[in-house]
Design a protein around this ligand. Sequence first.
Ligand SMILES: [Mn+2]
Length: 321
Amino acid sequence: MHYIDVFNGDADGICALIQLRKTSSQQAQLVTGVKRDINLLKYVEATPEHHISVLDISFDKNRQDIARLLNQGASIEYFDHHYRGEPVQHPRLQTFIDDQSSTLCTGLIVDQHIGGKFRAWALVAAFGDNLNAPAWSLGKQSGFSDESLTMLQHLGMYINYNSYGGSLSDLFFHPDVLYQHLQPFDSPLDFMAEDTFIYNTLDTGYKEDIAKAKTSPYLYQSATAAVVFLHNEKWARRVSGVYINELANQYPERAHAVITENSDNTCTVSIRKPLDRETMPADQLARQFASGGGRKSAAGINALHTDQTGQFIEAFKKYFS
Ligand SMILES: [Mn+2]
C-alpha cells in the first residue's frame, strides 16, 4: 500500500496530521500548500494501491477529485470541519466531518478519533484556528498550566501565520518542511524547548508584520463592523489572516473584514463573524461571491474583482449590522 497525506498548510492541518501519524506511523507522500490552496486533491493521482488521508480542506470544494480518486480505486479517510455539502457514500470512503460545531477544528476531530493521545498537538491546532476559548477549557481540563497553554497558543498562532500567503514564496517555511520538523516531537512543548530557530523566526516575523498591519487604513469602521485594507505586499499577504484574528479578539462585538490587494486586479478578503455576538454565519456571506467559502466563524473570498470591493463592503455592513 502507498500512502498519501493531503493536509491544509495551516496549524490545524499540520497538527491534525501530526496526531494521526503519531498514532499510525507510516511513510507517506505529502501534499500541502498555502492555507488558501484548498483544492489539494487535484494534485493527487491514485491507483487501487493508494490510501489517501485528507485533513482540514473542504469536502465540498474537493468533491470532483474525491469521485475521481475513488474511481481510480483509492481508499480515502477524510477529517474536516469546513463546509461538506451533500454527503457521499462509498465503501472505500470514511469521513470524520463536523461542519456544524463552531468549537471544533480538524485537530480536535482527530483528537476525539485517537482518544486524546496527543492532546497538546490538538490544542495547538485549535489555538491556530483561533478557537481560544474551547482550547483553553480543554487544556485546563487536561491538566495543562496557564503558562504551558500560553506557549501552545503562541505556537498555534505562529504556525497558522506561516500558512498565509499568495504563494509558497511568501512563507517563511514550506508547510511540509514545518510538518517534518514538528512531527518527531511527542509534545509541542518539547519542540519549543529544542528547536528554537523555527519558533524565533516566526515570532519575529509575526511581530514585524503585525506592527505594519496596524498602520493600514480602515475602509469602514463602526461599532458593529470594520473593514481594513492591506496593500499588495508580501508581509500583508502573510499577516492578513492573523491580523484579522487579533482584531476579532480585541473587538469581540464587531465583525471584521480584511481586504488584501493582489497583483491581478483582484483582492483576497478575510471575514470574521463577531466572537461575542450572534449573527448570521460568515461563510454564507462569503459564498454570495464567486470563490467565496469557509466556516461559520471564519470565511473568505479568494479573488474578489477590485470593481466589486464597494459592493462587498455594502453587503458586509448590512449582513453584520
Ligand atoms: Mn481548520
